[in-house]
Design a protein around this ligand. Structure first.
Ligand SMILES: [Zn+2]
Length: 337
């Protein structure tokens, strides 16, 4: 007579497991510290003095980990290699935000999906745009850009009209990101302010060295060959800081989920030939097919391995922000010099 009861209980247990699995290990819900995933995130309160922080992208998560150290569990909403422009949030993201005390986003329209997700999570917590205080480059190659007031331009996201969100490709901007992360953590966890100050200062030292290293590395590329054509418009800040020209993008003026027209592709091929651009670069977050086609038609090399809007998998050459930048610059220099 106990058998039906046991089966019923088993069913309930399986249901609970399914719910917890959905919250913890679905593709978009990766924990980056191991101490805050799945059941632990839902049921257990964090260890005394430990903050649960959300980072939208793996790049921001890496910065938050460097500043937060042992006091912060960082949970990343987007797994490595995921395109933040086209991301669709999952129920596990809502749960992760509900379990958190602070959210870090890039801002500038990169995570247009975040606000609604945060509202669905309920509760009160600061959401810090790590690009706060920096002056963005106006994005968008749209011909109507100059005719529209700035307020309406912002609503469309960066791919069509808005400001360019890819600020982390200038390491000096990333230093500001780190300062904003430090100040956000101090705001909600004043008891560990000294630790956040010290961690941020040490990491900023590493970033300054990285910036100097990049300046040195790009010296190998002659001025007339410092021309970038990438899949989407990710290298504006990089070009400005390190002395390159962005000649064009495969996804020029369109979102990464739309396809450029055959005419746009033909124009890009013509541009590569006219300007003698040495190579085309594609990225880990966008399908390389069109860029490969463009490079093939223009008869130039294609480099398919850059990390741009997301880090690579753990153990890859783009596993941390610093690794990613160093690796990308080496690839760019190698292809253009
Ligand atoms: Zn992007």
């Amino acid at each position: 007579m106990y058998v039906p009861l046991n089966w019923q209980r088993l069913g309930i247990l399986l249901l609970i497991c399914a719910v917890l699995t959905a919250c913890g290990s679905a593709p978009g819900g990766q924990s980056t510290t191991g101490s805050n995933d799945g059941a632990a995130a839902s049921n257990a309160s964090p260890a005394a003095g430990t903050i649960n922080a959300i980072a939208t992208t793996s790049i921001i998560a890496d910065l938050v980990k460097n500043v937060g150290g042992e006091h912060v569990n960082v949970r990343t909403l987007l797994t490595p290699g995921t395109d933040p422009h086209t991301y669709t949030p999952m129920p596990s993201d809502v749960q992760a935000i509900a379990d958190s005390q602070i959210v870090f986003e890039n801002g500038l329209g990169l995570e247009a999906w975040l606000e609604e997700t945060t509202e669905n999570a309920g509760g009160e917590r600061p959401t810090i745009a790590v690009s706060n205080g920096l002056t963005p480059i106006e994005g968008g190659e749209d011909e109507h850009e100059d005719e529209e007031p700035a307020a309406s331009a912002e609503e469309h996201g960066h791919d069509e009209h808005g400001d360019d969100p890819h600020m982390w490709f200038d390491v000096q901007n990333t230093i500001r990101y780190v300062e904003n992360i430090r100040d956000g953590l101090k705001q909600i966890d004043a008891a560990n302010a000294g630790s956040y100050d010290a961690n941020a200062a040490a990491y900023i030292e590493q970033l300054k060295q990285l910036d100097a290293e990049i300046v040195k590395l790009v010296e190998a590329v002659p001025a007339e060959r410092r021309k970038l054509i990438t899949n989407h418009d990710t290298f504006g800040y990089f070009a400005k800081r390190y002395g390159f020209e962005v000649v064009g993008n495969v996804f020029e003026g369109v979102s990464t989920e739309q396809e450029p027209s055959a005419q746009q592709i033909a124009q890009l091929v013509k541009l590569i030939e006219e300007q003698q651009v040495p190579a085309v670069f594609t990225e880990n977050t966008v399908n390389p097919r069109l860029a490969e086609q463009v490079a093939d038609e223009a008869g130039v090399n294609v480099v398919t391995t850059l990390y741009t809007d997301a880090l690579g998998e753990p153990g890859s050459q783009g596993a941390t922000y610093i690794d990613m930048m160093r690796y990308d610059v080496q690839q760019i220099v190698e292809a253009l010099k």
